[in-house]
Design a protein around this ligand. Structure first.
Ligand code: HEC
Length: 128
């Protein structure tokens, strides 16, 4: 994916700075923040945020599924054997029920890949 982005950036022409040319085609954390409103009913993303209906997402990248102290996870989530990164988180929020059967996150899933990319970009910024 990175390679594709750099390639697109290169094609966009020398007049654009690298930053501008990639921004035109990559995930947008600001849009992601708006999409995160759908998650906010249950999750916090900021550092120091608390568990709610769902576990806090601060520090989620690189963390094992079901590992937030003090959150009452389903057995399915605790035993998912997943480490959250862009790929695993993207698959999960696309279709939570199918990706981890029996988990208790009641969320239909984000259907559009841009929404998934944007919300991940936001989470990376909000909860690195
Ligand atoms: C209706 C409440 C609700 C909504 C809305 C919701 N979640 Fe969740 N989420 C949960 C619950 C509950 C769990 C724990 C599931 C379990 O233990 O089976 C969870 C788990 C997760 C996990 C795994 C965390 C961990 O510590 O392993 C991630 C990542 C996640 N949600 C991301 C999101 C994102 C991103 C959105 C919005 C696109 C979202 N969730 C929307 C309730 C929700």
């Amino acid at each position: 994916m990175m390679v594709a982005k750099i390639w697109t950036g290169a094609l966009a022409g020398a007049a654009l700075t690298f930053g501008l040319s990639t921004a035109a085609h990559s995930a947008d954390a600001e849009k992601g923040e708006r999409i995160f409103q759908q998650c906010k009913a249950c999750h916090t993303a900021d550092k120091g945020g608390k568990n709610g209906v769902g576990p806090k997402l601060s520090g989620v990248f690189g963390r094992k599924a079901g590992a937030v102290e003090g959150f009452n996870y389903s057995e399915a989530m605790k035993n998912a054997g997943v480490v959250w990164d862009e790929a695993t988180l993207g698959e999960y929020i696309k279709d939570p029920k199918t990706r981890i059967p029996g988990n208790k996150m009641v969320f239909v899933g984000l259907k559009r890949q841009e929404q998934i990319d944007d919300v991940i970009a936001y989470l990376k910024k909000a909860s690195p």
